[in-house]
Design a protein around this ligand. Structure first.
Ligand code: 5GP
Length: 114
């Protein structure tokens, strides 16, 4: 099992704030913003570039979950806002080989990212 599968299975503790048929979301252990949530598919797709056509519903569910979570925490508006990040591979800084969407919010985020 991947690290994130173990979190979803409640074998490793995490603050799970959202769950549906396809995905779950929990706080990042090393937050990079006041709100830093990881949205993870229950299916252990290693990384976004390895998703297949049959994963379309899962990929859609991740983004829909992001919007719902943003509403839940009060940042789903244009005056506040949030950023979604998916890291694929070494150059992007991927460290956990189980697809996840970072949801960052709660401060002014810089552009371009580092
Ligand atoms: P990546 O670098 O692969 O895009 O993101 C992996 C993220 O997983 C990092 O932001 C890291 O802080 C987070 N992470 C690593 N181990 C754990 C853990 O055991 N629990 C939680 N909640 N997050 C973790």
């Amino acid at each position: 099992m991947t690290l994130f599968e173990k979190i979803i299975a409640r074998e490793i503790p995490a603050q799970i704030i959202y769950e549906d048929e396809h995905c779950a979301a929990f706080s990042d252990i090393n937050p990079q913003a006041p709100t830093h949530v990881l949205i993870v598919p229950k299916k252990p797709i290693p990384r976004v570039g390895e998703a297949e056509a049959g994963d379309q519903a899962i990929l859609g569910a991740l983004l829909l979950a992001a919007g719902r979570i943003a509403s839940q925490i009060g940042v789903n508006s244009t005056d506040k806002g949030f950023r979604l990040v998916i890291n694929h591979g070494r150059d992007a800084g991927e460290s956990v080989p189980h697809l996840h969407v970072h949801l960052l919010a709660g401060r002014q985020l810089e552009w371009p990212p580092g």
